[in-house]
Write a protein of this length. Structure first.
Length: 169
């Protein structure tokens, strides 16, 4: 079962539980449905859903696996073969700690017009961030832009720096 379907199942059960408990016990249980609704709206606005990230880490796959999740060692091998490694964190974060051989293009800047992106859309592109969530969102953006070989590093920045080495400022 995909992560999105499990997510929908959990959300649906929480809403039904809220309604049932409201009818059987107290109207205060409506706050649960309100919280769930607010969380869904917020996740749509910021394009980030921690529960989906957790489900992916637990082994549930995405509905549309248009990019591959890899670890830092696999990324290092691809980078040695010519893949472009993009750190999608904000410039302030990048200036604090960054891995060697990475370029910084914040997640919000990944557009067709960005000159830092490779022109060859068949070239492997790897994204990474501090924890892995922004890397996945950025990888989806790159696929939407037409890149064909997109990867997202699923481990945290410290592991990436351990494998790639730390950039000296």
């Amino acid at each position: 079962m995909s992560a999105t379907r499990v997510f929908r199942l959990i959300i649906g059960c929480l809403v039904l539980l809220s309604i049932t408990l409201t009818l059987l016990h107290s109207q205060l249980w409506l706050w649960l449905a309100g919280f769930v609704g607010f969380a869904l709206v917020l996740s749509a606005i910021v394009d980030l859903c921690p529960m989906l990230g957790l489900l992916n880490k637990l082994g549930f796959s995405d509905d549309n696996p248009s990019f591959q999740s890899i670890d830092a060692e696999q990324a290092k091998i691809l980078a040695a073969q010519g893949a472009v490694v993009i750190d999608v964190r904000e410039p302030k974060e990048f200036s604090t700690l960054a891995a060697l051989t990475t370029i910084n293009i914040p997640k919000g800047d990944l557009t067709q017009q960005d000159k830092r992106l490779p022109e060859d859309k068949a070239l492997p592109v790897i994204t990474h961030c501090a924890k892995g969530l922004r890397a996945r969102v950025a990888a989806q953006s790159l696929v939407a832009l037409g890149y064909q070989n997109v990867y997202a590093i699923r481990c945290d920045l410290n592991q990436v720096c351990q494998v790639f080495g730390k950039r000296t400022q």
